[in-house]
Design a protein around this ligand. Sequence first.
Ligand SMILES: Nc1ncnc2c1ncn2[C@@H]1O[C@H](COP(=O)(O)OP(=O)(O)OP(=O)(O)O)[C@@H](O)[C@H]1O
Ligand SMILES: [Mg+2]
Length: 369
Amino acid sequence: MKTFDDLEVRRPALAQAYLALLAAQPGRPLALFAPRRVGKTFFLDHDLAPGARDAGMLPVYADLWLHKTAPIEALNHALEEALDDLQVPASRAAKLARTPVKKIGLLGASIDLGEEPQRRALPESPALRLDALVTRLAARHKGQILLMLDEVQTLGEAADGVTLVASLRAVLHKRRGEVRAVFTGSSQEGLARLMNTAGAPMYQFAQIIDFPFLDDAFLRLLADHFSTVHPGKALALADLRHGFSKIGFKPALMRDVVKAMSAEGVTDVSQGLRNYMTSDHQVAVWRALLSSVDAFDQGVLEVIARGEPPLSQATLQALAAIPGSKPTISRVRSSIEKLKRGGFLSKTAAGTHLDDPLLAEFVLQRAAQ
Ligand SMILES: Nc1ncnc2c1ncn2[C@@H]1O[C@H](COP(=O)(O)OP(=O)(O)OP(=O)(O)O)[C@@H](O)[C@H]1O
Ligand SMILES: [Mg+2]
């Protein structure tokens, strides 16, 4: 039987639109930006990669966050794996069948496999290696490669970020007939940093797109399943919409809220959200999350959650109430940096705010107690 966890929205039309954009501007990647947990990676995996495959391309996915200190190596590793997949057939039997056998002894005692064709070794330098890998892979595949680089803001955080972006840009430009690229990122801050690196290579060459949130299609799935589980009960779409925007359009979180409502038989979405936020489990999760930073950082979070200017004199005075703290502008600044790196805060055109709107509410409620 289907459960809430099986509900998935596919967006093939969005994938097609992105592929068409890529085809219209060879050498220019797309950079899809959206907040955390809204479904970027899911889209690459479930919509963009299949769409690319249908169009005869070979999608290659690399999560640059996994090797924060060496993002180009992470990319090269993904390309090498893709190349291996094309070169080495999946099973040993297939390998035996493909390699011309020179000599087979009785009972297979001395099987001498034909020699695998040897290629020149790949260059050592990561940038040259990237170039060689892309070319080899495209030649092997006999078609275009679609590079999907997830968490691309990592490039802006790497020590040699400027050089990395420049090499990536050079390869994508030089090999524009063979490779297309889609980047995703969740940090507006990281994006800003990428754009501000010397010569602004990223900004000039990538087309920056706001990745759209899931819409009513997802909420309808939730509502329909709820009614299947609870015949005669219904969730109002308008209330779901309101709740979804309140939690920052995060589908997994919305699903958890509706699952909890289903378990309790609640149909009032705002009540469901309140119950979810005050549940022991959720409160424990937030407490643990907050205790991963010190009291001063928690104080700074609270100030930002209240929408107060974190560097004002009034704020510094208020923060002085935290035992053991000696608030200065630079202390607050470094705390903000730390909270950004930890994923607590993100920066948008509207300013710095808590990444998770529910956590913001929790922090405010806790402060009011
Ligand atoms: N189209 C979808 N339909 C149903 N659920 C989805 C969909 N997209 C995402 N989700 C749910 O949301 C969760 C988070 O999605 P995903 O990991 O793709 O987000 P993300 O934007 O890449 O997040 P992060 O910024 O943490 O990398 C998924 O594990 C999945 O449960
Ligand atoms: Mg992701």
